[in-house]
Design a binder for this molecule. Sequence first.
Ligand code: OGA
Ligand code: ZN
Ligand code: ZN
Length: 377
Amino acid sequence: MVEVEWSDGGVSSFPYVWLRDNCQCPQCFKPDSCSRLVLMSDLDVNVSPVRAESQARGGLLWVEWSDGHQSHYDWQWLKERCFSPHAMSERERAWQRKTQLWGAEITHDLPKADFPVLLTDDRALYDFLVILDSVGLVLVQNVPCDVGQVERLANRVAFLKQTSGFGKEFAVVNKSKPGSDMAYTSAKLGLHTDLNYYNYKPGVQMLHCIEQTKGEGGDNSLVDGFNAAHQLKEENPDAFRLLTTLKVAFRHVGVDYQKYIHKQRQNIIRLNDQDEIQSISYSDPTRASILDMPADQVQPFYDALKAFNTTMHLPGNCVRLKMAAGEMMVFDNTRVLHGRSAYSPDSGTRHLQGGYMDWDDVYSRMRVLEMELGIEG
Ligand code: OGA
Ligand code: ZN
Ligand code: ZN
């Protein structure tokens, strides 16, 4: 390894192979594509330098390799890539989501954003996305009451994710021919996340109220699924273990935007490789009837599902919100469960517009905004 002693203290070690692989010269790296040009086929992974020295002029580490190739590295660039445990744990912190759990207490203090401001003010857009990431729910207000506003917001952030059931921006109304999705009726929808039968289910969901029913019902329930899962882990570790380990299939077959046959297996509560709760996939209507588990696991599995369902429905966990025309809920579909109470199809029209985005594109937009606005990420 090349050892670097910093003038302000500390020593960093940079393995030879890593230095050679990350040579920043124009033959090895193309800055405008942000791409490495060194191919693994051509890389000698046992490479070693014949000389390495600090070049005062230009402030560079200069390395000459046994094949005659020469590399130089900017000190600041190297420092940002330091392999020390301290530097690694700092970088690890930056990868962590800054999740804020919530329950019903958030009802009277819902994070809000103003639609016209989001469309014109980059800082407001950034702040909105930060809250969407940490809280998982924002109520956007002053949205014009016509079709196309979901797509306008999506295009300001990134773009809409198309799905075979819903297309791009879709109307959630009580249809005389509801097609294949329960959302297109006036029936109650239990707490759920959408599109669990996708491998990459959309991360962000928007529901924009254009017209609310004039009668009873039609209000939404929202639950922080991460919070409910944490409670389940505390109170019923066996149930938590089952829901984090058993694979459950979701399937949906029908004709809406397109003819589709979707199926996918998920853990109801998915953990990441550090055993942190990563996503929730829950929907009673589309949970498949084929259960790929031994028969003696079935009763414990149902007990676990019931326990999770009971936890999410605790009054302390449930936010109830009857959107008014001109409001739009934007929420994290990998975390927040949503439901709808039944309404009467005879009490006037209820019309929501829906759409989805992917978190990767939302995060990318946040990073671009950070750069443009000079915000420390
Ligand atoms: C949906 C949905 C809720 C509602 O379209 O995914 O859950 O309030 N709709 O109609
Ligand atoms: Zn090079
Ligand atoms: Zn839904």
